[in-house]
Ligand binder design. Structure first.
Ligand code: NDP
Ligand code: 8X3
Length: 258
């Protein structure tokens, strides 16, 4: 598939739901061609069809589990020269699994979070950064969390993965500054997506309770922020942006009217 030169390209990991999907739609509306990734191929296909129909941009669907290092490398290295002209990479794929003490923790849950949120982000970045360096331009936006700034009870490992995303983002910025490539971190507070359903392993009632009694952020709010950060003049970079619902004063203090 040939990409029109006039369109910029944004690659978004975890675009099948929530923040990633909203970000894909936001960039498509701004006339970006898109590389969208996620494990659920059918959802990628549905999103791709909607974007092509509504916005007329090109979409490259990449069914990808970011935890599988070899697959990340193979799939990104086979981009055509046109698709290698990546302007924006949004490292969004991520999840929390479980909420509990370390002493009673499910080690499989920890591994899913560490492998996705930290190692997956690194694998994708490792494959895309040389492409951006060769191009001489690019912008990487990592999706961290308020949980990377503040550890809350039972959040331990998830909070640790997001603190790691913060540190890795700072490291990337140091590595890439000489190449003129921007690196930003967006740290959302409570956003109502599939996040809590995944965290509570399909327990929808428990997930819904997280967002009861206040107005959480919508995925679209974060997508708008990602797009804003990416639409600033070449000489301006936003390093870090913490975005919370008005009712959220900290990771643990949410004013609920129940
Ligand atoms: P969702 O569960 O709605 O979306 C998560 C996305 O990540 C899905 O598209 C999912 O796709 C993808 N994903 C998960 N695991 C993998 C994997 N191994 N390989 C590839 N893709 C994967 O949650 P959100 O949109 O809320 O989460 C997006 C990001 O925002 C995460 O990094 C999360 O930690 C962060 N965040 C969320 C907050 C919230 O309150 N919702 C607050 C702060 C940060 P698929 O299942 O198809 O693979
Ligand atoms: C998601 C927000 O507070 O549930 O990162 O960790 S929180």
């Amino acid at each position: 598939m040939t990409v029109k030169n006039s369109n910029k390209i944004a690659m978004i990991t975890g675009a099948t739901a929530g923040i990633g999907k909203a970000t894909a739609l936001k960039f498509a509306a701004a006339n970006f061609n898109l590389i969208i990734t996620g494990r659920r191929a059918e959802l990628l296909d549905d999103l791709s069809k909607k974007i092509i129909k509504d916005y007329g941009v090109k979409v490259y669907c990449m069914q990808l589990d970011v935890r599988i290092k070899e697959d990340v490398e193979i799939q990104i290295n086979k981009f055509s020269e046109d698709w290698k002209k990546i302007d924006v990479l949004v490292n969004n794929a991520g999840l929390a699994v479980g909420l509990g003490t370390i002493q009673q923790g499910e080690i499989d849950d920890w591994e899913r979070m560490i492998d996705t949120n930290i190692k997956g982000l690194l694998y994708v970045s490792r494959a895309v950064m040389p492409i951006m360096i060769a191009n001489g331009y690019g912008h990487i936006v990592n999706i961290g969390s308020i949980a990377g700034r503040e550890v809350y009870p039972n959040g331990n490992v998830y909070c640790g993965t997001k603190a790691a995303v913060d540190s890795i983002t700072r490291g990337m910025r140091i590595d890439l500054v000489k190449h003129g490539i921007k690196v930003s971190l967006i740290e959302p507070g409570a956003v109502e997506t599939e996040f809590s359903i995944v965290r509570f392993k399909g327990d929808k009632e428990r997930a819904d309770n997280v967002y009861k009694g206040f107005s959480p952020l919508f995925a679209q709010d974060i997508a708008d922020a990602v797009y804003y950060v990416c639409s600033l003049p070449a000489h301006v970079n936003i390093n870090d942006m913490l975005i919370v619902p008005t009712a959220q004063a900290s990771a643990t203090i949410i004013e609920k009217k129940l």
